[in-house]
Design a protein around this ligand. Structure first.
Ligand SMILES: *Cc1c(COP(=O)(O)O)cnc(C)c1O
Length: 356
């Protein structure tokens, strides 16, 4: 893994930068990308930054058949002339945990962090500066061996692509309506729920479609065995404020370990607001709702940071939370985390990394 010298091939043409406020998520990419290959006899080799371009892969490449792939998602934020990353080492740690689950060989986290910073540094002008905007970073690994046998690939590609993204909430934080899924399952203990891997997401589209048809923004997943215990929302972890205490489902093996989730828990502990990670069933939540002690609900994830939940719908039963308004704690968490991410607040926890 050592002595991997990074090569940089600069793009001859530079695309005009889009107006980030008006672009849809994830369809515009920067001029360059990072690529590194793996072979079981060589380890990871030939790290390179090259012009963004399509890949050529054998149709028998294992990624197409058995879905051996993992990904990450993080953002670079502009803070005046500086560019900041938010806890990026946690993303690379999680990439290795996901890879382990999918039998993909690990990367050297420190080495790849260096390449990631080089790539962002080269594409610095792509980090937008309008409030709420950022440069989304998508590292991913695919199995590339042309072989139809059902076994781990002997070769892989690690790539990092970058996409400027607009503000998630254009008119301030808006509480969303969520459908509690009663039929489909996202993940079970022992499955791949804790890994950021492709199949978890495509298997959720049917439930997502049902939610959209009912005018809801997303799906809240229950555990796959008893269909009782709350797990997480589409690509967000979930928190509830009940009678002054904050509760979030414990990491059971089927829930993605969000970095925003971790940061929220750490902030709440610092603020001395009681926070517990435990099993919580949907019936229990309804009971609190009926008692009038369910004060706030919010999702957490890199995309929206904090996404207040204004309404939950389970088997036709409606739960309106905080009168469809953003709660005080949700707002405070949002302001604090985005403040640190964009350098507007002092980074006392030491979460940001400046790209040189
Ligand atoms: C990425 C993701 C999250 C949020 O993780 P962050 O690190 O906070 O962005 C939550 N749930 C799922 C299923 C995810 O894919």
């Amino acid at each position: 893994m050592k002595n991997n010298a990074l090569t940089i091939v600069e793009s001859k043409t530079k695309q005009p930068k889009p107006n980030t406020d008006q672009i849809p998520f994830g369809r515009t990419f920067t001029d360059h990308m990072f690529v590194m290959d793996y072979h079981e006899d060589r380890g990871w080799y030939e790290p390179r930054i090259v012009p963004y371009e399509p890949l050529t892969l054998d149709p028998a490449a294992m990624i197409f058949h058995y879905g051996q792939t993992v990904f990450e998602g993080l953002k670079a934020y502009r803070s005046g002339d500086r560019v900041l990353l938010f806890r990026p080492e946690k993303n690379l740690e999680r990439l290795n945990r996901s890879s382990d689950r999918l039998s993909i060989p690990p990367i050297d986290e420190e080495e790849v962090m260096g390449y990631l910073e080089e790539l962002i540094s080269l594409e610095k002008d792509w980090v937008p500066d309008t409030p709420g905007t950022s440069l989304y970073i998508r590292p991913f690994i695919i199995g590339t061996e042309p072989n139809l046998s059902v076994a781990p690939s002997k070769t892989y590609k690690l790539m990092i692509i970058l996409s400027p993204v607009g503000s998630y909430f254009s008119g301030g934080l808006t509480p969303v309506k969520i459908r509690v899924e009663d039929k489909f399952t996202r993940a079970v203990k022992g499955g791949t729920g804790m890994a950021k891997t492709a199949g978890n997401y495509s298997a959720a589209y049917q439930a997502q479609k049902q939610a959209y048809q009912e005018g809801k923004a997303d799906v809240l997943w229950l555990d796959g065995v008893e269909k009782r215990y709350i797990e997480e929302v589409g690509s967000m972890n979930i928190f509830f404020k009940i009678n002054g205490e904050v509760v979030t489902p414990a990491l059971s093996g089927s829930i993605l370990q969000g970095i925003t989730r971790m940061s929220v828990i750490e902030l709440l502990e610092k603020w001395e607001i009681p926070v517990t990670e435990r099993r919580i069933s949907i019936e229990e939540l309804y009971q609190y709702y009926e008692e009038g002690v369910l004060e706030e609900a919010f999702g957490t994830g890199t995309a929206a940071v904090i996404s207040p939940v204004g309404e939950l719908n389970w088997l036709g039963k409606e739960m309106v939370i905080n009168n469809h308004e953003i709660g005080e704690l949700s707002q405070k968490l949002y302001d604090t985390i985005t403040g640190i991410q964009t350098g507007k607040l002092e980074d006392t926890p030491g979460w940001t990394v400046e790209v040189k």
